[in-house]
Write a protein that binds this ligand. Structure first.
Ligand SMILES: N[C@@H](CCC(=O)N[C@@H](CSS)C(=O)NCC(=O)O)C(=O)O
Ligand SMILES: [Fe+2]
Length: 240
């Protein structure tokens, strides 16, 4: 698989390029509005034909890049998980267990992992002997997504991480949607051993999540309405 991990310095978001070596078809995971030109240039330089812009959840801290990508590449389809996202707009919505095929070699399996938001999904990709999981904000490196808005629920997050992510093979590579300390990836084994939140008991975890005391993301008021219509992707050109 052709793979790139790209970073947004402002929101500390990772965008991922997944490309099929055989057909050159590709998907982007979690593109950011302000960095769409960078992403499209990267795809062009890698001779990849973008088919899908896949979002792990309705992000609260930045606007999806979907609309801007579709302006440049109108055939691209936006993709969002179905469960918990009934009010959000996307071209394709996939449910727990559904698989998005990209070219001939990439299969992206959707897992419904609500908790950070009620619509969070994690994406499992198997590449030969390697399993990778794109966890969005469900599981971060040595952390996890907050649960204090967008119908967040710390008990659900804990259950989903333990039952759906920690049950993947220990050497599964974890690729998060954000990191605020410069870390790029982890593994299931590492997080099972060292995650300071998810190694706690459920009661301790709930108490910790209830008392994080984080300020709301600076762009939440613009990001949520825009992302509920998938980054305003189908608004006619010129309209806002
Ligand atoms: N300061 C940032 C927002 C930081 C933040 O709240 N991050 C979220 C993921 S984006 S919804 C989160 O879940 N953080 C968990 C944590 O423990 O930090 C901004 O203003 O955008
Ligand atoms: Fe988020």
């Amino acid at each position: 698989m052709i793979f790139r991990q790209l970073f947004d310095r402002e929101s500390c978001t990772y965008t991922y390029v997944l490309g099929c070596e055989k057909t050159r078809e590709a998907a982007l995971i979690d593109p950011v509005l302000e960095l769409v030109e960078r992403d499209v240039q990267m795809l062009d330089e890698l001779n990849l034909d973008l088919k899908y812009a896949v979002n792990t959840h309705v992000h609260a801290d930045h606007i999806f890049g979907n609309k801007a990508i579709k302006k440049i590449l109108p055939e691209v389809k936006s993709v969002l998980g179905e469960e918990g996202n009934e009010e959000a707009m996307a071209d394709i919505r996939l449910s727990e267990g559904d698989v998005l095929e990209v070219g001939e070699t990439i299969k992206i399996e959707f897992l419904s992992t609500p908790g950070h938001t009620n619509g969070c999904h994690s994406l499992v990709v198997r590449d030969g002997p390697t399993t990778m999981v794109f966890t969005g904000d469900t599981l971060l490196v040595r952390g996890c997504g907050r649960t204090d808005f967008q119908q967040g629920n710390s008990k659900s997050l804990y259950k989903n991480v333990h039952e759906k992510i920690f049950t993947l093979p220990d050497d599964t590579i974890i690729y998060p949607a954000h990191d605020y300390k410069g870390r790029t990836m982890s593994t299931v084994a590492e997080e099972k051993q060292y995650n300071p939140r998810l190694t706690k008991s459920l009661d301790e975890f709930v108490d910790l999540m209830d008392n994080l005391g984080l300020p709301y993301p600076a762009k939440i008021d613009v990001s949520l309405p825009a992302n509920l219509v998938c980054g305003l992707h189908d608004v006619p050109p010129g309209a806002k």
